[in-house]
Design a protein around this ligand. Structure first.
Ligand SMILES: N[C@@H](CCC(=O)N[C@@H](CS)C(=O)NCC(=O)O)C(=O)O
Length: 217
């Protein structure tokens, strides 16, 4: 059965692959599974039909037969568990790869998103100039730690896994900020992820949605 995922009809990132359908598309491409996409407007996301699938009225969701999932990390985990290619077979290596999935979403993404939100939405607040250096420091600390753990390895734990897929996805949020460039090994790590054929297929698929929208409006 072909899974159906949801994505923005008009992504605010203008096709840069930052919306969270991107890791789901990438995971499906890595394991070689075709999928269908249901595009949603911002208002459709908040309607009850979609909220039945996603309690928070967001994208992405994943439907496969009578299974409906939300949360991009849980969806990537589901895909990785059901198909070969994203988690090692050996039990301990598999557990470590899953640990990196959580680390990406729970430990590395929050300081990236906090800084991004502050810069986007809080610039006009009286406390912005005081808060920004605090957020920058928190992010620097995390990236220092991640960079020193990665060292000159290609991937976080030997072979590419769903942990790398999510970590690269999270780090891509820093594109254009100048932050990633301070860490040559993390920049190279992200570039390595983006060079994977499955990443390119997923990226092109989400970009086509944006390009199609621009061309038809
Ligand atoms: N933790 C969720 C976050 C989902 C999320 O933030 N989705 C965004 C797009 S990347 C969204 O739907 N935003 C529109 C909204 O919240 O109204 C996940 O990883 O799936």
């Amino acid at each position: 059965m072909t899974p159906i995922i949801t994505a923005f009809e008009q992504s605010p990132d203008r096709g840069r692959g930052l919306a969270r359908d991107m890791p789901v598309r990438w995971a499906l491409a890595e394991v070689g599974r075709p999928y269908e996409v249901r595009l949603l407007s911002f208002s459709a996301m908040k309607e009850s039909a979609h909220r039945a699938l996603h309690p928070f009225g967001q994208i992405p969701t994943y439907e496969e037969g009578d299974l409906a999932l939300f949360e991009s990390g849980a969806i990537v985990f589901h895909i990785a568990e059901r198909h070969a290619g994203l988690l090692p077979d050996e039990a301990n290596a598999r557990a470590r790869a899953i640990t990196w999935m959580f680390a990406a979403l729970n430990t590395v993404e929050p300081p990236i998103v906090d800084r991004g939100i502050a810069m986007l939405l809080e610039r006009d607040k009286a406390w912005y100039q005081e808060r920004l250096p605090i957020l920058e420091d928190r992010l620097r600390k995390r990236l220092d730690e991640l960079s020193s753990r990665l060292g000159d390895a290609d991937w976080l734990d030997n072979t590419f896994s769903a942990g790398d897929l999510l970590m690269v996805t999270v780090l891509r949020r820093l594109h254009g900020s100048g932050v990633l460039e301070r860490y040559p090994n993390l920049s190279a790590y992200v570039a390595r992820g983006e060079a994977r054929p499955a990443f390119k297929r997923a990226f092109d698929a989400q970009l086509a949605v944006f390009a199609n929208r621009v061309n038809t409006h």
